[in-house]
Design a protein around this ligand. Structure first.
Ligand code: NAD
Ligand code: DAU
Length: 356
């Protein structure tokens, strides 16, 4: 039986992963440890919260006594670590939480795993896994050509990416120094259901639906490599089950797009699905070029050949399919987006669990 601790399981990718894991593995116990910051939304897991295999714990990955108690009480043998401050713009306006959670929090988790798996003896490290979910942003920014591979030197440019690079180094150091059974995945931009509407795709869907301006940073020609979130979850499962300890795997969607192309695609899809704006205008008329993000990385692109060749994972959803699935999900779940926008999602935990 797998006894897995997922951190940050109420966030965008974490909640998709919790659902994916419970649908894929019968014999398991899954503990979701999440602090419920502004980005954590327990409603994302409303459909599985009564599953007897699932336990939610509201808590901070920086709280070492809480994490150590969870390892002990639940005999955790697997960690999948998503919890992080994840938004680049917020890291520019207020970096300190990024340093605390992304660096110190990862350190606390590593220490708890080391104590549980290597100092005491309830588990053989042979069966244990600590998978750290990281980002392609640690590699910096590409020019017109080239791809990030696992050996590309780190060159983070924002407080967010610097904090993630730091956490990656810590994870790697625990493998080399202590023999902690670690894996790292560095993934490109995800999109799909439950994506918080501060990020480009859900922000544009929501604004375009409501006839609001669509802010495009700089010249709109920055490039990201988009991956449908369920494919990312499958890649993490693959790395967990078949990855070689101590290794890093890059995960990408083979879907390089300029931001402006993303924005116009979403506008056109919404015009097609819900009709033009009440004024009779096409939604592309809402596009506004705004001041660029400081230090805005120009292009990210992933070489995902290692995970394909060694572990037989590749994305299954094309961008054209994935963006339609995503727009449909937002159209079918207006109550999710409105509870996020009016803040009422933050009351859901209190309603469900009281003060626990
Ligand atoms: P998110 O911001 O949607 O969710 C983060 C979750 O972590 C939230 O539920 C939040 O409440 C929780 N959290 C934050 N601080 C915490 C703390 N101190 N203790 C416990 N829980 C805490 O993030 P996401 O987009 O789902 O990203 C998840 C992970 O994947 C992050 O580590 C991120 O760096 C990485 N990643 C994201 C992308 C992407 O495109 N979104 C791509 C590559 C890698
Ligand atoms: O590459 C992986 C990373 O992708 C993850 O590590 C991060 O956690 C995740 O947030 C994401 O980072 P980005 O900065 O690439 O995502 P974001 O959605 O914020 O921006 C995508 C691109 O769109 C980026 O070039 C900035 C631009 N942008 C963004 C917003 C919010 C705009 O032009 N307008 C906007 O309003």
């Amino acid at each position: 039986m797998k006894r897995i601790l997922v951190t940050g399981g109420c966030g965008f990718i974490g909640s998709n992963f919790v659902r994916h894991f419970l649908n894929s593995v019968d014999d398991c116990r899954l503990i979701n440890l999440d602090k419920l910051t502004y980005a954590g939304n327990p409603e994302n897991l409303r459909d599985i919260e009564k599953d007897p295999r699932y336990r939610f714990v509201k808590g901070d990955i920086c709280d070492s006594s809480l994490i150590e108690a969870l390892f002990d009480e639940e005999q955790i043998d697997t960690v999948v670590h998503f919890a992080a401050e994840s938004h680049v713009d917020r890291s520019i306006s207020g970096p300190s939480e990024f340093i605390r959670t992304n660096i110190n929090g990862t350190f606390m988790l590593l220490e708890a795993a080391r104590k549980a798996w290597l100092s005491t003896s309830h588990l053989s490290p042979l069966h244990a896994r600590f998978l750290h979910v990281s980002t392609d942003e640690v590699y910096g920014s590409l020019g017109e050509t080239g791809l990030f591979c696992e050996t590309t030197p780190f060159d983070p440019r924002s407080p967010y990416s610097a904090s993630k690079a730091s956490s990656d180094h810590l994870v790697s150091s625990y493998f080399h120094t202590y023999g902690l059974p670690t894996l790292i995945t560095n993934c490109s931009n995800n999109y799909g259901p439950y994506h918080f509407p501060e990020k480009l795709i859900p922000l544009i869907i929501n604004n375009a639906l409501n006839g609001k301006e669509l802010p495009v940073y700089g010249d709109g020609k920055n490039v990201r490599d988009w991956l449908y979130v369920v494919d990312h979850c499958a890649a993490i499962m693959t790395a967990l089950q078949h990855g070689k300890l101590g290794e890093t795997y890059n995960v990408g969607g083979n879907n390089e797009k300029q931001n402006i192309e993303i924005v116009t695609t979403v506008c056109d899809l919404l015009d097609e699905k819900v009709g033009l704006l009440p004024s009779g205008d096409a939604r592309q008329n809402l596009i506004r070029y705004v001041t660029d993000r400081p230090g805005h990385d120009r292009r990210y692109a992933i070489d995902a050949s290692k995970i394909k060749d060694e572990l037989d994972w590749e994305p299954s959803v094309t961008f054209e399919e994935g963006i339609r699935l995503t727009v449909d999900w937002y159209l079918e779940n207006p109550e999710w987006i409105s509870s996020v926008l009016d803040g009422s999602y933050q009351e859901y935990y209190e309603t469900m669990y009281g003060n626990r």
